[in-house]
Design a protein around this ligand. Structure first.
Ligand SMILES: NC(=O)C1=CN([C@@H]2O[C@H](COP(=O)(O)OP(=O)(O)OC[C@H]3O[C@@H](n4cnc5c(N)ncnc54)[C@H](OP(=O)(O)O)[C@@H]3O)[C@@H](O)[C@H]2O)C=CC1
Ligand SMILES: O=C1O[C@H](COP(=O)(O)O)[C@@H](O)[C@H](O)[C@H]1O
Length: 509
């Protein structure tokens, strides 16, 4: 017997309200993993709490542990208690718990997948899920093909007119262009492209979606959003945490594959693309494909890129290990934890404008931002001493943690002389809105259940992103070890030199 989750106060005709998913269940592979515990299970609870899950919604965990449904339920409970964003409500939890099931097995275990297929059928009968099922592959990238093939073998990948089946694949999708193409072929052999949801959780962030609103809902930015006015763009994703506990995934992958190939190139695409004719998923993706197709890494690569690895030292008053001392990393690992690349979008709008992208672990602070830095005014009718403290105008999209937008420009310093100094004007989500942002995974899981594809990159985007990055990765592969950098710093010295060569500097956000 299932109960309805829908909020009776909601008017289904109100277009501003999020849609509620139809009858369905979600299977998570890798439920004992970091992502599932910190993000996926809490996001499902948050969706339930907001009344956005359908009656009879069911959650199936698949993992190697010898668990019963109840043990898995306890794991979900603990993850929710620790990481959910909405308050814990017994009534919400009880309804969610009714639909929690667990299937024990490993990826090469045919019997386990057959049991999974039976569980999906049982849930349709018991809870009215309609057999509609999304399979979330929150597992190491090497396992994407094997799990996809298992789903095909046991008939779980087959949709029909009445029943949908969707697969959600985490990143990184492949480790270079050739392997991404191979993986796409395997996945598309099993699931039609419209049933494949490749996750890039940055696209689920409000502040990232706001890039398009900022650019295309306003008149004042677009006229100057081009090479005539923009000097360069800096895209930064800095983290202060290290990689303790993540060696199994990260060693051999590194910062560029982990983050630049996906999140940062998506940020670049949204910043640089042309206006889509509509917000229809096809129109949106086609503009992203065009801009990624025009993007190249600029050389000579030993001057225009930088690659580093954090060493041991002091960070925030605490002694922290270097990457080579973190558990599970090989003692001679050449995996980079810092990567910076110079890119150019080779079209009329952006010709000659460098896009500098960088990411790193154990940096000075956690911050993600897109900074569009403008050219200097062609003429300054002031004494040179009056403008000593005037920098370049900039528009900074603050993705996180202090979400908002900053505009930097020169202003007269109050007083009897004409002195101009940089000031900033801020828009902050916390001040401007009473509404809270859903967590990225919450939005994306809901979109999967709704079959709404706009926020998921298509295979062409993934492949073009590898095409951009591959020459850099090949160059680095020839070059030996990454350069060490101090924890709490802003990366290796080569990253500073990379910009200094053109008289520019990285921002210190
Ligand atoms: N963690 C994060 O912050 C983010 C992760 N991602 C992506 O999410 C995915 C998962 O990452 P993460 O959670 O960190 O990885 P973890 O290493 O923490 O988890 C991997 C999961 O896969 C399971 N697993 C591994 N091998 C098998 C097998 N042979 N049979 C059954 N289960 C198996 C593990 O089970 P067991 O416990 O039995 O080993 C575990 O549950 C990756 O693709 C990653 O790129 C994306 C964005 C952020
Ligand atoms: O995809 C990833 O993202 C996280 C950072 O996510 P954020 O939303 O907190 O910015 C990063 O730590 C991880 O290495 C990477 O796989």
């Amino acid at each position: 017997m299932t109960r309805n989750w829908t909020n009776p106060l909601r008017d289904p005709r109100d277009k501003r309200l999020p849609r509620i998913a139809g009858p369905s269940s979600l299977v998570i592979f890798g439920v004992t993993g970091d992502l599932s515990r910190k993000k996926l299970m809490p996001a499902i609870y948050d969706l339930a709490h907001r009344g956005l899950l359908p009656a009879g919604f069911s959650l199936i965990g698949f993992a190697r542990r010898e668990w019963e449904d109840q043990d898995f339920g306890e794991q979900v409970h603990d993850a929710v208690a620790e990481h959910a964003r909405t308050p814990f409500r017994e009534s919400v939890w009880n309804r969610l718990a009714e639909g929690i099931r667990f299937v024990q097995g490993s990826f090469d275990d045919d019997d386990a997948f057959d049991r999974l297929a039976q569980t999906v059928r049982d849930l349709d009968t018991e809870r009215g899920t309609g057999g509609n099922t999304a399979f979330y592959l929150s597992i190491p990238p090497w396992a994407f093909p094997v799990v996809t093939k298992q789903l095909a073998r046991c008939g779980l990948a087959e949709s029909s007119e009445d029943v949908w089946r969707r697969v959600v694949i985490e990143k990184p999708f492949g480790h270079d262009l050739a392997s991404a193409k191979e993986l796409n072929a395997i996945v598309n052999d099993v699931f039609p492209e419209e049933s494949v949801f490749r996750i890039d959780h940055y696209l689920g962030k409000e502040t990232v979606q706001n890039i398009l609103a900022l650019r295309f809902a306003n008149q004042m930015f677009e006229p100057i959003w081009n090479a005539n006015y923009v000097d360069h763009v800096q895209i930064t994703m800095a983290e202060d945490i290290g990689l303790g506990g993540r060696a199994g995934y990260y060693d051999g992958i590194g910062a560029a594959r982990d983050v630049i190939q996906n999140h940062l190139l998506q940020l670049l695409a949204l910043t640089a693309m042309e206006e889509p004719v509509s917000f229809d998923p096809k129109a949106l993706r086609s503009e992203k494909v065009k801009v990624l197709g025009a993007t190249r890494a600029v050389g000579p690569l030993d001057e225009t890129t930088a690659r580093g690895q954090y060493s041991g030292g002091w960070q925030g008053g605490k002694k922290v290990p270097g990457l080579l001392q973190e558990g599970g990393f090989s003692k001679d690992s050449t995996t980079e934890t810092y990567a910076a690349v110079t890119l150019e979008v080779q079209n009329r709008r952006w010709a000659g404008v460098p896009f500098y992208v960088r990411t790193g672990k154990r940096l000075g602070r956690r911050v993600t931002e897109v900074a569009v830095v403008f050219k200097r005014a062609p003429h300054l009718p002031f004494d040179s001493t009056s403008t000593e403290e005037l920098g370049q105008n900039a528009l900074v999209i603050r993705v996180q943690p202090d979400e908002g937008v900053t505009m930097r420009f020169g202003s007269k310093v109050p007083g009897t002389t004409m002195e101009v100094r940089d000031v900033t004007m801020d828009f902050g989500y916390g001040h401007a809105f009473t509404e809270t942002s859903p967590e990225a995974y919450e939005r994306l899981i809901l979109d999967v259940l709704l079959g709404e594809p706009s926020l998921f990159p298509v295979n062409e985007e993934v492949e073009l992103s590898w095409q951009i990055l591959d020459p850099v990765l090949e160059h680095w592969a020839k070059g030996g070890s990454p350069e060490p950098y101090q924890p709490g710093s802003w990366g290796p010295p080569s990253a500073e030199r990379m910009l200094e060569r053109s008289g520019r500097h990285w921002r210190r956000p």
